[in-house]
Design a protein around this ligand. Structure first.
Ligand SMILES: Cc1ncc(COP(=O)(O)O)c(C=O)c1O
Length: 511
């Protein structure tokens, strides 16, 4: 016992901000877990230990009570306090086999030491992390896909929110079963019918945290591990990650100027899921033609394919009117339509929606509650009021004008620096366009050098799964104030000049 109290006295730091009670508790727990105090050892009386350590007896009593409550010691009235035997049961712990899981590569055995996270991870988890596209920086010139959050009518939002909090009740503060806040689902179905020609009732709308979650839910409810999923080549890396990590086998399908263009070999093996961006192909920007839409719908009907229509930013079209959704043409209930408020309002809102065929609505309502235990009804209620009072429509209208001006300023900057040597692709809609680069350019290296110079662009390479057909940079303009566009582009142009063109073959300005 003398040894224990001597050891404790040496460890206790009376000057520390950590109270003696917490220090003593942690030291004794550590002594028991490491075997310094063996099972069955009798602890000194609280009076004795308190005297040896120069602390109040109550402190020791509290420590003993806590050790007893957590199962470290057993106190028996009259006979004292003993260290409990909590050593792991060796029979239960010993592994029946040392064979590695067949799904893992032999390299992983070396990592099982814990020195690298690879050994800890599943094959699909490892793939997800290795191919991840998410960037730490989400704001600034020329971050693609991000709206100008500084323009969001925050005062209106906060007024609506304050009013709702005054009447907050259990209906707004509990979980949100049943697919989300009913008035929001009603407001969204009205909005989608008018703005996107989506055919739906409020019952068919399921509120989610965004397109990522809507895709995840669809895949979990409609596909099995190992099923095929068509993705556009190139496509949004985030959607690819969600599908892949759910265990689907991805089959990249080429796109041309009319959108998804499946080859014979693709058609021969119908997928379970086809994920498409028909209104504004991501990232190249083309619109799927009516003929291709009808072919895809018919193919889906015949082969029982689920089409996930990702309609992420169609409201922002700068010349023509926004196009109708694919879902609006679907007579066979094969389309799951997914959208998000992230680009219309602000990305951090994390509210999205899906429109599912009527016969699947109850299934999806149960699925979303079962998997994600959804909540945020208060935010959903604010959004419902925001839409019903007309603020969504007026904000989108105002942003369309603002982003249209920024888009033009950026196109002007491209022309000023490069003439028509670098093509601008997919600029009719959305929040970004693709700045084409020569075939010999390394767009990843250019994006990385631009990042170091303080400008964010995404290399087209990151969106291809198999073979990169074109070189280019995704260049966003929506969140860049007018006056910053030219100076930021001048920086980007310098990086492109340095990296994209071999020294003797200096860039030819033709415009
Ligand atoms: C094509 C596409 N779909 C979906 C998303 C993400 O949607 P959400 O933020 O609602 O998950 C993005 C984000 O950039 C996107 O580009």
């Amino acid at each position: 016992m003398v040894i224990l109290s001597e050891w404790l006295a040496a460890q206790l730091d009376k000057e520390s901000a950590e109270p003696a009670y917490r220090q003593l508790l942690q030291l004794m727990q550590q002594a028991i877990l490491t075997g310094r105090l063996a099972p069955g050892t009798k602890l000194p009386s609280s009076r004795l230990l308190a005297a040896d350590l120069g602390v109040a007896r109550n402190t020791v009593l509290h420590v003993y009570d806590q050790l007893s409550a957590e199962g470290y010691v057993i106190s028996t009235t009259g006979s004292g306090t003993y260290v409990a035997d909590t050593r792991p049961d060796s029979a239960a712990v010993s592994t029946p086999t040392n064979k590695p899981s067949p799904a893992r590569s032999p390299d992983d055995e070396n990592d099982a030491t814990g020195s690298s996270p690879r050994g800890d991870m599943s094959t699909r988890g490892q793939r997800l992390i290795e191919e991840a596209g998410v960037s730490a920086k989400q704001w600034g010139a020329f971050m693609p896909g991000v709206p100008d959050v500084a323009e969001f009518p925050a005062r209106t939002w906060s007024r609506l929110q304050a009013r709702l909090w005054k009447s907050a009740n259990h209906g707004l503060l509990t979980y949100a079963p049943g697919g989300g806040y009913r008035p929001l689902r009603r407001a969204l179905s009205d909005y989608l019918r008018v703005a996107r020609s989506v055919r739906c009732t409020p019952d068919q709308i399921i509120i989610t945290t965004g397109i990522h979650q809507s895709i995840d839910l669809s895949v979990r409810l409609l596909a099995d591990v190992g099923d095929r999923a068509w993705v556009e080549e190139p496509c949004y890396w985030g959607a690819r990650s969600v599908l892949q990590s759910s265990g689907l086998k991805l089959a990249p399908v080429p796109v041309d100027e009319e959108g998804l263009n499946p080859r014979e070999q693709d058609l021969r093996e119908p997928p379970r899921i086809a994920l498409v961006t028909p209104s504004h192909q991501y990232p190249l920007g083309m619109v799927m033609s009516l003929a291709r839409r009808r072919t895809l719908l018919e193919y889906a009907r015949q082969h029982k394919v689920w089409i996930i229509e990702d309609d992420y930013d169609s409201e922002f079209r700068y010349g023509s009117r926004p196009l109708a959704s694919l879902q609006g043409l679907d007579e066979s209930d094969r389309v799951i339509y997914v959208g998000s408020l992230g680009k219309l309002l602000f990305p951090g809102l994390r509210i999205g929606y899906m429109v599912v065929p009527e016969r699947l609505a109850a299934t999806f309502r149960t699925g979303v509650a079962e998997l994600y235990r959804e909540g945020q009804l208060m935010q959903q209620a604010v959004l419902a009021e925001f839409i019903m009072d007309g603020y969504l429509t007026s904000h989108v209208r105002r942003m369309r004008t603002l982003y249209g001006e920024r888009r033009q300023l950026l196109i002007d900057a491209v022309t000023r620096h490069f003439g028509d040597a670098l093509p601008v692709m997919g600029d009719e809609a959305g929040l970004h366009f693709v700045l084409g680069l020569p075939d010999t350019a390394d767009d990843r290296a250019i994006a990385s050098a631009a990042y170091d110079a303080g400008v964010i662009v995404r290399p087209l390479a990151a969106y291809y799964s198999v073979r990169q057909e074109r070189k280019g940079l995704l260049t966003g303009y929506a969140c860049v104030p007018h006056e910053q566009i030219e100076p930021a582009f001048a920086t980007l142009a310098r990086v492109i000049e340095e990296h994209a063109f071999a020294k003797p073959q200096k860039l030819r300005r033709t415009g």
